[in-house]
Design a protein around this ligand. Sequence first.
Ligand code: NAD
Length: 479
Amino acid sequence: MKTPITVAKGDGIGPEIMDATLKILFAAGAELDIEEIEVGEKVYLSGNTSGISEESWESIRRTKVFLKAPITTPQGGGYKSLNVTTRKKLGLYANVRPCISYHPYVSTKHPNMNLVIIRENEEDLYAGIEHQQTDEVVQCLKLISRPGCERIIRYAFEYAKVYGRKKVTCFTKDNIMKQTDGLFHKVFDEIGEEYPEIEKEHWIIDIGAAKMADTPEAFDVIVMPNLYGDVLSDVAAQIAGSVGLAGSANIGTECAMFEAIHGSAPRRAGQNMANPSGLLQGAILMLVHIGQQEVAEKIQNAWLKTLEDGIHTYDIFKEGVSKQKVGTSEFADAVIARLGQKPSVLQPVAYQGSMLQLKPYVRKAPSNKELVGCDVFLHWPGSNPHELANIIENAMEGNWKLIMISNRGTAVWPNYTPETFCTDHWRCRFVSAKADVVLNKKMVIRLLEKINNAGLDFIKTEHLYNFDGKPGYSLGQGQ
Ligand code: NAD
């Protein structure tokens, strides 16, 4: 049975490296039924700012598997990134980027590096929810969800299983962001328990990133939230040796997209020079994804053998190491000639298990959610928090009590250190004035009315909830 896939040959070097990749795939016996679509420069320049037509979307949604060559995004003109649109529209929550060195055949400072970055691809600060709230302060909302964490972390462990990897490391900054990164870390610990055969560890992202840049061979699979993964996957690809050798997968519950990590290198286009390896690596991830592991394994071992035999395209060619400088199509022919062979110095691959089958997310029973307070954010041009507290306390009565004012997260009232710099953006934390009063939303509305009547400009509220008795909010710095 052939698996239908959608293929886009893209722009610049795209068509050459795609032709080379497909030639290798078919020679190795991949069972694929290809639907070709057009995306990228021509589509953009025809007036479609998304770079892809409705019919092409239909093809991807029908086949659910998209092998994409790099495209050229025209400068200016309000053209939207096709990558971002594809990820968001198709819900491609996992971005997988293996970063491996091929020492001594490709030069790198890290000869034993062999790690995979699995980056959450949809949420975190990339939800893109931003607001200007005061003259001086803008905000970007960092959203981390339990289903988002569960899916990406489970994906990382399943990936480790299928690709025979031994350890999964989690990077977060949960010493500071106890709720958001704290949830990511907590879910990592929970799901990790289901994989006793795999070693697990957690690093705070700053020291973890430093360690990864210095000693990448200490890591195997690293899973992390979106922003950290975006930054660190580029660092990892770069220090592995050549971006021209790396592929990436964007995986969703329904659809998936596979590509090289590099762009369309327009200056190299049409010269039969480009290295097709990055796209080939993306295609190998695709073959495993669709359950054609044996073909994937055969191609990967032949490709490693080709590198080992010193048959190199110009970008990795090095006198003394390389034996033959070849063009795109000759490189593909060299890989095809080695199908069935294994490398002798580089580690041959063996992809175990079946395609990644993730347990669907099951929503937990709702917790007991109890309103215990309210943070009201104010745009206030004053500078002394005691003055602000006075205005608020004179306006207040009844159910609420002001217990803290903070500025950019640092508590500045009731204890004020004049050295603390304050902007025009203030958070006032209210809790129930009496132990026997159970707070409700009507009381929040009345609180806002009082604040408004006192002439204060409230810009946002956040409710403070306890979930099953545990606070679902963080304390102010210094509170
Ligand atoms: P690029 O990755 O296309 O090229 C940078 C340089 O890397 C090239 O000049 C070339 O020397 C080298 N290179 C890249 N791929 C190579 C290969 N396969 N073989 C040999 N050498 C290779 O980056 P850029 O020049 O910044 O971007 C060019 C275009 O690609 C832009 O329009 C950009 O928007 C687009 N782009 C697309 C994607 C994508 O479709 N996923 C990703 C990045 C950039």
